[in-house]
Design a protein around this ligand. Structure first.
Ligand code: ADP
Length: 473
């Protein structure tokens, strides 16, 4: 853990394992509620000096961190593959994406413009300034163990906030590697603090109830996000929530089914299906269903599964046994209710697979609304395909979920694209595009997928208060 500039090891530790091999990578400090309080003490004490730095000073530190992170790209990627499981190539992409936030917010730090507003009174002037919200508590997930941290810490630091971070118990090593880079770049003692723990609830409780924390930013599951938002409500703490998704992927009759299927194979199996923007319901117009399924099946059956450190691997392990159990339960339920398994559909446990948590990349056709997979987020490598026809109100079907994070549309018709884009209740929509994410673009969900946006201009506003001055002259 890092508290007030001191690296702390405790007698109580927990093991971090490689999900592909089961091997223990390292044992890390198992922090408690009192460590969380000590971290908040440090962040609180560091707040006046850090918020008193100029935006240019903070920008320079973030810029240095960006350079250091790119220098360390290869070692960070390897650590990520070992700790989280994604293939090396994907890990490099994530390090780059994570670094992008440092650069983006190094730049945005210098553009926290205020405003003057004309008053109706001749003798009055209005001025608006933006100030840091205060101590920020950040809770991050294991699926993107580097970029989900920089996406929060870079704007918080740019805004002039100090931070206490609790990374996911599966991936504390990546978190510490990033924080070491921030320290090396010149972030002063106490400005960023990290509490690692195998037991997140008591630490989360302190983050929500300590009055000195003025903002909670969380990425994770919807149930945990709701719990934290509820616990933060009595103090009216600001919250940002990036939660689960249940993305529709709509392939209209006029789309190119082969192009759409290639896109589906990439985005559905991104991070072994463990991303909140992965499509969970792939709706394909019945007139182009067959070529779509043929291409999807061919592509998916060729995806090589294994230890992400090895060449040519496209699909790494799932995070743990629970994840395997959830995926298996959804596939069994779908099969029992009439879905057709085109490829995959089984746990992989033979040979080297037996040491990790592997599931065969799977394509299910004939998926219907009565199946669990139609309703629940899968977070695994299973593509669920549903056919629709002109009589179905496809927008109503796509919107029929409590989630509202990502959605995808494939069509050649600009009117269909625009109409659907405007009618879908989702925060991020790819139109013939499977990668609508970037440090420059606002990421976030509607409905029960979250509150607030990360990245872009909006990303730093989450860490700022607006202050109005009314001046009589
Ligand atoms: P997932 O199911 O994908 O692991 P979670 O929402 O459980 O997602 O985890 C995301 C983050 O939330 C992790 O850092 C985890 O430790 C943390 N977390 C889980 N439960 C709690 C809790 N009760 N209080 C605070 N943090 C929690």
């Amino acid at each position: 853990m890092l508290i007030n500039g001191q690296w702390i090891q405790t007698t109580q530790t927990f093991a971090v394992t490689n999900p592909a091999t089961g091997e223990v990578l390292e044992s890390v400090a198992d922090g408690s509620a009192s460590d969380a309080t000590a971290a908040i003490d440090a962040a609180h004490n560091a707040m006046p000096a850090w918020s008193g730095t100029t935006a240019h000073e903070r920008s320079a530190i973030l810029y240095r961190a960006w350079q250091l992170m790119l220098d360390a790209k290869e070692s960070l990627a390897l650590l990520m593959t070992q700790e989280q499981g994604k293939p090396l190539k994907a890990a490099r992409t994530e390090v780059q994406y994570g670094a992008d936030f440092l650069l983006w917010f190094a730049e945005e730090a210098k553009r926290l413009y205020g405003e003057t507003i004309p008053s109706a009174r001749k003798d009055q002037r209005f001025m608006v300034q933006h100030q840091p919200v205060g101590v920020v508590a950040a809770i991050t997930p294991w699926n993107y163990p580097v970029s989900m941290i920089t996406r929060k810490l870079a704007p918080a630091l740019a805004a002039g906030c100090t931070v206490v971070l609790k990374p996911a118990e599966a991936t504390p090593l990546c978190a510490m590697a990033i924080v070491k880079i921030l320290v090396q770049a010149g972030v002063p003692d106490g400005v960023v603090n990290v509490v690692t723990t195998s037991n997140p609830a008591p630490v989360g409780e302190i983050f929500c109830t300590d009055k000195r924390v003025r903002k909670l930013t969380f990425t994770g599951s919807t149930p945990v996000g709701k719990k934290l938002a509820t616990a933060a409500a009595p103090q009216l703490k600001r919250v940002s929530m990036e939660l689960g998704g249940h993305a529709p992927f709509i392939v209209f009759a006029d789309a190119d089914p082969v192009h759409a299927a290639k896109g589906a194979a990439l985005i559905k199996f991104l991070n072994t299906g463990q991303a909140c923007i992965c499509p969970n319901r792939i709706y394909v117009h019945e007139t182009i269903l067959q070529p779509f399924l043929d291409t999807l099946k061919t592509r998916v059956s060729k995806l090589a599964v294994g230890n992400g450190q090895h060449d040519g691997i496209a699909i790494g392990p799932l995070v743990n046994q629970q994840a395997i159990d959830k995926v298996s339960a959804q596939v069994t339920d779908a099969k029992n209710k009439g879905a057709t398994v085109l490829t995959g559909g089984t746990t992989l446990s033979e040979g080297d697979y037996g040491h990790g948590h592997f599931y065969a990349p799977t394509v299910l056709a004939d998926v219907t609304p009565d199946m669990l997979i139609y309703r629940e987020e899968t977070f695994g490598p299973v593509a669920a395909v549903i056919s629709f026809n002109d009589d179905d109100d496809i927008i109503a079907l796509a919107n029929d979920t409590d989630y509202g994070l990502a959605a995808y549309i494939y069509t050649q018709n600009i009117s269909t694209a625009m109409r659907t884009f405007e009618a879908l209740r989702f925060g991020i929509i790819g139109i013939n595009d499977i990668n609508p994410t970037s440090a420059a673009a606002p990421f976030g969900g509607m409905k029960e997928s979250g509150l607030g946006r990360e990245g872009a201009r909006e990303g730093i506003a989450e860490y700022l208060e607006t202050k109005l001055g009314g001046l009589s002259i």
